[in-house]
Write a protein that binds this ligand. Structure first.
Ligand SMILES: Nc1ncnc2c1ncn2[C@@H]1O[C@H](COP(=O)(O)OP(=O)(O)O)[C@@H](O)[C@H]1O
Ligand SMILES: [Mg+2]
Length: 407
């Protein structure tokens, strides 16, 4: 979306610049000129403003955000519409979202736990109110150091948040959102609940500790990963205890009933698994713990992603955001089933040719014994019906057949 309202005014907000863009809206840094305070102003995309469904979603987002009062959820200030533009004004979080931090490389285990414990707390509270966020990902986790001595986290973007198990798709049934952190049941169009967000949180845990999301590549590769593959072992990518692999595996179980009872339990289990390394001020070294890569100095900055080890997740990520995917044919039946394979380009012509040949053969078989003799009576001096010549023929004997005649 290319629109940029910077420099313009919407109601009593002066738009100062772009904070971020999504598929449905642009979030600006703005000034509330009445109160003289900075705000974040999320404005629905001009191209979607006339779309009743998206307007409704935006209104839902405002309601959901305002319904939640939690230290780790970005507070809503205002919601209105001016000249056909719907907007939400909220607290401006002075910092960077988590995707920006992960781009710089893996986070230390201690920092990961500090940040994600706050996300878990916000999500569990949301789930306790019967809401599911459905777009838990680093870009929707805002991090600031300006509000206290430690980094404070705000969960943002309630654009896809839904109450209960249904309604998490568009009216046409499309999956809407980013598949990079999406749980299999969400991608399949099956019922969702707090465990769906927990799956995404476990994927974020993986991303914070390794610098890349668990499944990379194009949209279909990522979806197939979530649907059918086990998340890669983190301890094979970075020098962390293998116990963290079990935690991530449980949090990303394909079957929601196999996951942790809530998000806080996932983070507690991660804390236990990382107990031996959580005090280190260095991110986990790239490569398995038992590998030959020397440990990094604790005072150095984030570990750079080494060339050839793996591709940096976000830099390489070709997914646009959000993704709108054609839905499964019916709820519960996946359009993305793991055994669904792309057919090679020659498949259709070969099948068509084979069908045509079979049809021609059938037509020839049906027509030839009946008509051929009539059109081309054999001139042989001894026309014969050699019944044994067509062993496979089950047809009744033709009515007009040249037979051996006796003159
Ligand atoms: N309150 C805020 N303060 C600072 N930055 C924000 C705030 N809200 C959103 N952003 C930034 O803008 C981006 C897009 O906002 P978001 O609400 O996630 O919209 P979208 O639905 O387009 O993803 C976020 O990823 C974040 O970087
Ligand atoms: Mg967002």
């Amino acid at each position: 979306m290319s629109e940029d309202l910077s420099g313009r005014r919407i109601a009593h907000y002066r738009i100062d610049g772009v904070l971020g863009r999504g598929g449905m809206s642009v979030t600006y840094k703005a000034t509330d000129v009445r109160l003289g305070r900075k705000v974040a102003l999320k404005v629905i995309g001009e191209h979607l403003a006339p779309d009743a469904e998206f307007r409704e979603r935006f209104v839902d987002e405002a309601r959901n955000t305002s319904a939640i009062d939690h230290a780790n959820i970005v507070p809503l200030y205002d919601f209105d519409e001016v000249e056909g533009l719907l907007y939400i004004a909220m607290r401006l979080v002075d910092g960077q979202d988590l995707s920006g931090h992960i781009k710089e490389g893996p986070l230390t285990p201690a920092r990961t736990l500090t940040l994600l414990a706050q996300v878990a707390e916000a999500l569990d509270m949301l789930h306790g109110k019967g809401l599911v966020h459905l777009d838990v990902k680093p870009a929707n986790v805002l991090v600031t150091t300006k509000e206290g001595t430690r980094e404070h986290v705000y969960v943002a973007d309630f654009g896809l948040t839904r109450r209960g198990a249904t309604g998490h798709r568009t009216r046409t049934g499309d999956f809407l959102g980013s598949p990079t952190y999406a749980a299999p049941e969400h991608l399949r169009g099956e019922p969702v609940d707090g465990r769906t967000d927990q799956y995404a949180l476990a994927c974020m845990l993986f991303a914070c500790l390794s610098g890349r999301p668990p499944f990379q590549g194009g949209v279909q590769e990522v979806i197939q990963g979530h649907l059918g593959q086990t998340v890669p072992a983190l301890s094979q990518l970075v020098a962390l205890p293998p116990a963290i692999d079990d935690v991530i595996r449980k949090g990303t179980s394909k079957d929601p009933s196999q996951r942790f009872p809530n998000c806080a339990e996932l983070i507690n289990a991660a804390r236990v698994a990382l107990a031996g390394v959580a005090q280190s001020s260095a991110p986990a070294q790239i490569g398995p713990q038992s590998g030959s890569i020397p440990a990094q100095s604790p005072m150095s900055g984030p570990t750079p992603v080494q060339q050839g080890q793996y591709q940096g997740g976000y830099q390489q990520q070709p997914l646009s955001d959000p993704v709108r995917l054609r839905p499964p044919n019916q709820v519960g039946v996946s359009a993305f089933t793991s055994n669904q394979k792309e057919r090679p380009p020659w498949f259709a012509p070969v099948i068509a040719a084979a069908v045509a040949i079979v049809v021609i053969i059938i037509v020839v078989i049906i027509l030839s014994p009946r008509d051929e003799p009539a059109r081309q009576p054999k001139t042989s001096s001894s026309p014969t019906l050699n019944i044994g010549d067509e062993p496979t023929s089950k047809k009744p004997l033709p009515t007009s057949v040249p037979v051996r005649t006796s003159r």
